[in-house]
Design a protein around this ligand. Structure first.
Ligand code: C5P
Length: 224
């Protein structure tokens, strides 16, 4: 792993889940651990970059020399990412909630808000942080997304690359046991704009992060 590959570059990474408040004591969220994003932040620092890591609530120590910004909701995460621009590279590894409650109740919801038959929670769509930054007037020069899929992984990933205007998408099959969400290992396929696929076989997220940063740095340093 070459140090200095990203010297002088500002790298923005988001990580972890978001939490969408239902009322003062409840929220909607997911099982993202933030491990892949934190490993990428660490690898980017080792490659010489200045790194801003915008993270949802996770239980991970901040890697040395990383500027960490803690956020809770998708709206907060978008605002923090926006505030961190300009950046040369944006890696969106966060598991952003696609929807949030239409409103956050001012007081704790009581059981009789619903009935024995159940209750309905109205949700509204959250902004897509990656798509927003990738079409921003201060668009980072290189935008990378993750696609965690359970089926037709590469098809869905290529589709996302085009739809969100990305330079690279990192696809992983989250239906395979022992890798992906919350695991220490991962196995991914990198897909670029010419739809060339580069599989990176199962390894620790730490090792994969270094491989991914090396591939991205090579692209940044020799634009197509
Ligand atoms: O469409 P999908 O959620 O599978 O796309 C995943 C990619 O998009 C990830 O890189 C994720 O960080 C990003 N994303 C986002 N904002 C959302 C949803 C997903 O930035 N609201």
């Amino acid at each position: 792993f070459e140090r200095g590959l990203l010297t002088g570059r500002h790298v923005l990474i988001n990580a972890g889940p978001t939490r969408e408040a239902i009322d003062p004591v409840r929220y909607l969220s997911n099982h993202s651990s933030g491990k892949m994003g934190f490993a990428l932040a660490e690898a980017a620092v080792e490659a010489g970059a200045r790194v801003t890591l915008v993270t949802g609530p996770v239980n991970l120590p901040t890697p040395p020399r990383v500027d960490r910004v803690d956020v809770v909701s998708a709206a907060d995460m978008l605002a923090a990412c926006d505030a961190a621009l300009p950046a040369d590279l944006f890696i969106a590894s966060a598991a952003v909630a696609d929807y949030r409650p239409a409103s956050c109740a001012p007081g704790k919801l009581k059981k009789d808000t619903g009935s024995d038959a159940g209750m309905t929670l109205a949700l509204v769509r959250n902004p897509d942080i990656l798509a927003t930054l990738a079409s921003h007037n201060q668009r980072p020069g290189f935008c990378v997304g993750f696609a965690a899929e359970t089926d037709e992984v590469l098809d869905y990933a290529s589709d996302k690359l085009t739809r969100k205007n990305l330079d690279l998408i990192i696809a992983n099959d989250v239906s395979q046991p022992g890798i992906g969400f919350n695991a220490d290992d991962n196995a991914v396929t990198l897909i670029d704009r010419s739809l060339t696929q580069q599989p990176l076989p199962r390894a620790s997220k730490h090792k994969l992060a270094r491989q991914i940063i090396a591939v991205i740095a090579a692209r940044l340093n020799t634009p197509a």
